[in-house]
Design a protein around this ligand. Structure first.
Ligand SMILES: [Zn+2]
Length: 164
C-alpha cells in the first residue's frame, strides 16, 4: 500500500503508538495492518478427525483443518460452519471455541479454532480440496500444512484422551 485509500495522497512511515506505521500525509488515515481472522474447525466422526487435502497454494497436497477467511460482517461461528460445509460437504453444529492463535512469521492472521459436530450432509471434497479424509489420532498424515493446526490437533486429542 503506497497511497491513501481515502484521498490518494502518499502514505509515509510515521511513528504512532510506539510503532512505525504507514499514515497519510494529508488526512487521518493510518494503515494499521491489523490481522485478518480465519477459522479452522476440528470435526470428528466416530472419533476420527476430518481433514482436507489442499488443492491450491500454499502447501498443495498437504492436509489441514477445514477453514478459511471470515467474510465481511459474517459471524465467526457461521463462517466456521460454512467453510466446513464448502470443503467437506458436512453440515456441522459449532460446539465451542477451542482457542485463538497467531502464527507469527509475518503471517498476519488470527486463527479461531472451533470444535464442530456433524449434523448432516455427506463427506465429500469441495472445490478447495482435492480430497477429504478422516484420521485416527495415531494415524494422522505426516504432511499437515500449518504448525498451529498440528499443535491444536494434538492438544485436542490429548484432551479427548484425558476425558475418556
Ligand atoms: Zn489520506
Amino acid at each position: 500500500m503506497k497511497s491513501c485509500p481515502h484521498c490518494t495522497a502518499m502514505l509515509k512511515v510515521t511513528g504512532i503508538g510506539g510503532k512505525d506505521r504507514l499514515a497519510c500525509e494529508l488526512c487521518e488515515f493510518v494503515h494499521w495492518d491489523n490481522p485478518k481472522p480465519v477459522t479452522a474447525t476440528l470435526v470428528t466422526m466416530d472419533s476420527e478427525l476430518v481433514l482436507v487435502k489442499r488443492k491450491f497454494e500454499p502447501f498443495v497436497d498437504d492436509w489441514c483443518l477445514p477453514g478459511g477467511f471470515i467474510e465481511a460482517s459474517e459471524d465467526p461461528e457461521e463462517s466456521a460452519a460454512r467453510e466446513v460445509f464448502e470443503e467437506t460437504g458436512l453440515e456441522v453444529r459449532i460446539e465451542k471455541l477451542l482457542g485463538a492463535s497467531a502464527p507469527g512469521h509475518g503471517i498476519n492472521v488470527i486463527i479461531l479454532f472451533y470444535q464442530g459436530t456433524p449434523v448432516g450432509g455427506r463427506l465429500e471434497a469441495g472445490d478447495d480440496a482435492s480430497a477429504v479424509g478422516t484420521f485416527k489420532p495415531g494415524s494422522l498424515p505426516q504432511n499437515i500444512a500449518f504448525p498451529l493446526h498440528r499443535k491444536m490437533i494434538s492438544q485436542f486429542f490429548q484432551s479427548v484422551k484425558s476425558e475418556a
